[in-house]
Design a protein around this ligand. Structure first.
Ligand code: C2E
Ligand code: CA
Ligand code: CA
Length: 647
């Protein structure tokens, strides 16, 4: 064993070698091989192995006088060059990490590689000049006159490392920041130690330890890899995009959304879906490879991919988007099935089209709702920044509106055909925002359901309606009851009935004055608590309407077995082009509902013709723009007063 030759201690180098080899293996075995950051990291480890090995070899050869001089020169030169290359490579690693590598173009690039090129040249001519090092008459290694330029070159790169760490470190998260900033004191002390005590070879050990820290703290696969596809995951994508946008790095992206993902998964199951996702991702990566383009592919989840191009050339990106779009068209063969992927591809430029990561991912998700045409889409044409600003702010807007009582309740008259009067009305909530104008309940109700604000909204609407019912104006209107919407999320609260009864009691409202509207979807997804709440409220005389009947989940058996007083035919069911078969379905649906003893409200009636058709079918009530839009309370009072009186 060579341990100390010419007083040089090799223990640290041996340790470094063991650590580095272990690091190389574990990095590969953990699957951290894809993407620019991982490749750069592997190169760093490999380079460190080479220089540690060269360090050991040159010291070892130093002690054997019979070794030819050329071989010694080679070992020492290899060590110096490879060791010196590690610093610029580390700078590149940091640049990739901070997404600033795009700045390394032309002039910057020349500046960047110059110090290293100088070292390389000096190292080569050193064979003849001995400027860096030479072997004296006793064959022992001696530093040459310009040896310090090695330090000078390293110093330039250290400045770059310091700059990147301080300028962008904060955007990387504390774990990464610790890893990269601990590196500087680490390496610096090793270099100083070795400078003053040349027998203590600790530089390679310090280098190995820094790489170990990076591996442990930065390249954590559990953080950045999707376990199923092995691709970078949503978290990596969000962090990467956020960083780019913060650091001003312009991007070109191809967004891919498999719009029928849930459908395919429902057929092939979870495991089958994983296999299909593998095939999709290899189709995409092969497309890239075929075009000799390098880029980062993220799997965001739910059949959504984001491909970050390594360049900014709109034509090229568009070309690749078409290429990928085309290769995703042929069906995937799976267990003798031919599965068509309805993959929507969309080209997006950041920051021109989309300038924040959160909106970008929301947009990618919403692509799932676009109608699949097989065409490549462009964010510049379909992305509305205003909409996604609203998406991001909606929770705060709702909270604000609740606190400042900015919601309003409108009423839409419902006309009874038999009695020829407006016998009821539907309470519909309205939200006006200073920045965004009128915000549709179709948009903010689902958001409120997600955030939980729906419970407060529900109580607010019921309070408003109850106080209206108890007002003297209402008494004079000859309106029997008000329909109040209850959302699916509200139905999932087991004590909803208490809340409703409590509010009605507080205002002293008769139970038959309120009819609660529940959508078909709610009846499917919240059965237990819903039926329980319904039973308790019904037993106290509160009526129920089934809202949006005919919009998808209709299951006549379930509907028949729930105690609805009224079925509301959805407007999409009402406003369709008539044909013989549709007429048969509609006639029979109406008859069936009537035979079950339930009344029918026809929603969305906009013309006299449609009104006549449903009157002929002996439907009970009509709601729609034909009579009136939803109206603010005062206007509603005026409208009903005039009409109910006049008849
Ligand atoms: P919905 O319960 O089906 O309400 C009927 C919707 O149809 C209303 O939209 C109404 O303005 C609209 N409408 C009425 N007549 C016509 C017509 O002739 N033609 C057309 N095209 N549309 C008509 P709005 O007010 O925008 O409400 C949308 C949805 O938001 C409601 O659908 C309901 O699901 C929800 N929503 C509204 N207010 C509340 C509320 O207070 N609580 C809850 N949980 N949901 C609410
Ligand atoms: Ca409704
Ligand atoms: Ca409805």
């Amino acid at each position: 064993m060579i341990e100390s030759i010419g007083m040089k201690l090799l223990y640290f180098d041996y340790c470094a070698l063991v650590i580095l080899i272990a690091l190389l293996f574990t990095t590969i075995l953990r699957g951290l091989t894809k993407g620019r950051l991982n490749s750069c990291f592997i190169n760093l480890i490999a380079l460190s192995i080479v220089s540690t090995f060269a360090d050991i070899a040159s010291v070892a050869l130093d002690g054997i006088p019979t070794v030819p001089l050329a071989l010694r020169y080679c070992a020492n030169t290899l060590y110096l060059v490879s060791h010196n290359m590690a610093t610029p490579l580390y700078v590149i690693y940091l640049m990739i990490l901070t997404d600033t590598d795009y700045r390394l173009k032309k002039l910057n690039y020349v500046l960047f590689v110059t110090p290293f090129l100088v070292i390389g040249t000096v190292a080569v001519i050193n064979f003849f000049t001995g400027w860096l090092f030479y072997f004296d008459e006793n064959f022992s290694y001696t530093r040459g006159p310009i040896f310090p330029i090695l330090y000078a070159s390293a110093f330039i790169y250290v400045i770059a490392i310091l700059y990147l760490t301080f300028r962008y470190g904060m955007s990387l998260g504390w774990r990464t920041l610790i890893a990269i900033s601990s590196l500087i004191p680490f390496m610096l002390s090793a270099v100083l130690l070795q400078f003053f005590n040349q027998s203590l070879l600790v530089e390679m050990f310090a280098n190995a330890m820094s790489l170990f820290l990076c591996a442990a703290l930065i390249n954590r696969p559990e953080d950045i890899l999707d376990t199923e596809t092995g691709l970078s995951n949503k978290r990596a994508c969000t962090q990467g995009l956020t960083r780019c946008m913060k650091n001003g790095k312009p991007l070109e992206l191809i967004l891919i959304n498999i719009t029928n993902y849930s459908f395919i998964e429902s057929i092939v199951g979870y495991k089958g879906m994983v296999r299909i996702l593998h095939r999709i991702s290899s189709r995409i990566t092969n497309a890239n490879r075929a075009n000799k383009y390098f880029s980062e592919l993220y799997y965001v989840g739910n059949g959504q991919f984001c491909l970050e191009m390594d360049f900014r050339k709109f034509d090229k990106t568009t070309y690749i988007a078409h290429f990928i779009n085309d290769i995703l068209i042929p069906p995937i063969d799976y267990n003798n099935m031919e599965l068509n992927l309805n993959a929507v591809t969309c080209v997006a430029r950041c920051p021109e089209d989309i300038d924040d990561a959160e909106s970008l991912l929301a947009f990618l998700n919403d692509l799932g709702r676009t109608f699949y045409t097989g065409q490549v889409l462009f964010a510049s044409e379909i992305y509305s920044g205003n909409h996604y600003n609203l998406v991001r702010q909606i929770d705060a807007i709702i909270e604000n509106a609740l606190n400042n009582k900015a919601f309003e309740v409108y009423y839409q008259p419902i006309y009874s055909i038999r009695e020829d009067r407006f016998n009821s009305a539907e309470a519909l909530i309205r939200l006006h925002d200073e920045t965004f104008g009128n915000i549709s309940p179709e948009f903010f109700i689902p958001a409120a359901e997600k955030s939980g604000a729906i419970h407060r909204i529900g109580s607010y609407v019921l309070e408003e309606v109850c106080s209206f019912i108890k007002s003297p104006e209402f008494e004079a209107l000859n309106v029997d009851y008000i329909e109040v919407n209850i959302s699916a999320a509200q139905c999932m609260r087991h004590d909803l009935y208490k809340e409703i009864l409590g509010i009605m009691r507080k205002h002293g409202v008769d139970h038959h004055r309120i009819n609660l509207e529940i959508t078909e979807t709610a009846t499917v997804f919240s059965q237990e608590s819903l039926t329980d709440n319904m039973r308790k409220l019904e037993s106290r005389g509160i009526g129920f309407s089934l809202d949006d009947f005919g919009t998808g989940y209709s299951n006549m058996d379930r509907v028949a077995n729930m105690n609805f007083d009224i079925i509301k035919l959805d407007k999409s069911f009402v406003n369709v082009q008539r044909n013989i078969r549709r007429d048969i379905v509609l006639d029979n649906t109406v008859n069936m509902i009537k035979s079950l003893g339930m009344k029918i409200v026809v929603e969305g009636v906009e013309t006299a013709e449609i009104l006549q058709r449903f009157a002929d079918l002996k439907c009970d009530y009509i709601q729609g723009f034909f009579f009136s839009q939803p109206l603010p309370k005062e206007e509603f009072i005026t409208y009903i007063f005039a009409h109910n009186k006049a008849r």
